[in-house]
Unconditional design. Structure first.
Length: 203
């Protein structure tokens, strides 16, 4: 309950304080990338239940000769890379926090199609609300392997506290300034998760 109160009050304060920044980014996204300015996608939340996550758009709608969307790295513009590297694209997720779909801190919400690929241990990351930032994000972010990320997520589930959340938020600010671990080498963010050797193990 204390965590939820902290999330709600903090998200409301940040949305109000950052309103001019949000409006400016919206205008720049519309100018540089077109509309809509928001990117929404269904992600698994608490207990794996789906919700619509909101982010600022960072990619164009570029398509090939067959009308298919180009690969992510070709649609990600320098402006989009800037939004990602500074984590400004994540700011609209404060709305998800207010709705109770996300927390300020928790395992990052991934793709719905990953759900059946998790081991039972990895699935424990859904025992808490997903977060805008998390223990894995301040310990390597996308420079980590999927297995390392999931181990850090489960560690957070077992050790979560308001004090730890505040510690993670402080470390997140440092990581954002330094722009550490933004992407894996050769990827726009990370290579897709295809399952791990330990998928059927509870390790």
């Amino acid at each position: 309950m204390l965590k939820r109160i902290f999330d709600t009050v903090s998200a409301l304060f940040l949305l109000l304080a950052l309103l001019p920044v949000l409006l400016l980014i919206s205008l720049l996204v519309a100018w540089r990338l077109g509309t809509p300015v928001f990117f929404t996608q269904t992600r698994p939340g608490l207990g794996g239940r789906p919700f619509r996550m909101i982010k600022f758009r960072t990619m164009t709608n570029g398509r090939d000769a067959d009308g298919e969307l180009l690969p992510d790295d070709q649609r990600l513009t320098p402006f989009g890379r800037f939004l990602r590297s500074t984590s400004l694209d994540e700011l609209p997720e404060l709305i998800n926090v207010l709705r109770g779909e996300m927390s300020l801190v928790g395992p990052r919400p991934l793709l719905m199609q990953y759900l059946p690929l998790y081991s039972s241990r990895q699935s424990r990351r859904h025992e808490v609300r997903p977060g805008i930032t998390g223990w894995a994000q301040v310990n390597g972010r996308n420079a980590l392997s999927w297995e390392q990320k999931f181990e850090l997520d489960v560690w957070y589930v077992d050790n979560q506290s308001l004090l730890l959340d505040i510690r993670i938020l402080m470390r997140t600010l440092i990581k954002v300034v330094r722009r550490d671990g933004i992407s894996q080498e050769g990827e726009a963010t990370m290579a897709p998760f295809t399952g791990s050797p330990a998928r059927n193990s509870d390790r």
